[in-house]
Design a protein around this ligand. Sequence first.
Ligand code: 13P
Length: 251
Amino acid sequence: MTKLIIGNWKMNGSQALVASMVESIKSVINQTSSSVQVVVCPPFPYLGVLKQAIGDANIGIGAQNVHTQLSGAFTGEISVGILKDWQTTHCLVGHSERRSLFGETDQLVQEKTKLLLDHEIKPVICVGETLEQRESGQHESTVTQQLKVALKGLSSSELERSVVAYEPVWAIGTGKTASEEQANQMHIVIRKTLEEHATPDLAKSVMILYGGSVNAKNAGSLLQQSDIDGCLVGGASLKPEDFSQIIQAGL
Ligand code: 13P
């Protein structure tokens, strides 16, 4: 099955990095029959440069956030129509930094998910527990609850176009990756939750990504797990060489 590797640049990068990263990704995906789909999510001002650098290569354009309103007096925000205008293919929703630093609730994540699907942009729904929740044994219930709210009211075909990313908060930017077993176990729980919304076949076709300190060294073993369909990469997606190695690990 095709793997999906998404780079989330967060509030980092430059025009020069867009150019060197796209060159580096192109040289990797050109060598193969493309069993990996790659998406880059730079800060908003770089979407245009990214689109230009990609040309007709098979690399997706990702955004890190979207506003729920279609247009209007919302200074500093970006609408789904603007994302569409830049041929954005994917958009992160509910990243843990948006939840913890900008107060995004499960309900808001659900609204954004539906809005993106209505405009044919794939939502990458991010879920994950804190260390406290894991240590008190609430990690599975936390993630299941986040996901259930995000998926509320979605039809089967909408679910099919959605991507889920499991990012344990304690593994983000800390250098502490979840073990392959911990990650895969949570992906199985997520898959079961998807089955409550759709047939097992459809639930199987939804991509579930792992994120949290993914690097060139650990990507291969994570991607070999039964229910890990790809990775959402932060820090290592800012280094062309490392990101290329992660892509190669999925080939
Ligand atoms: P790191 O890979 O830097 O831990 O970040 C993960 C992440 O938050 C990706 O969305």
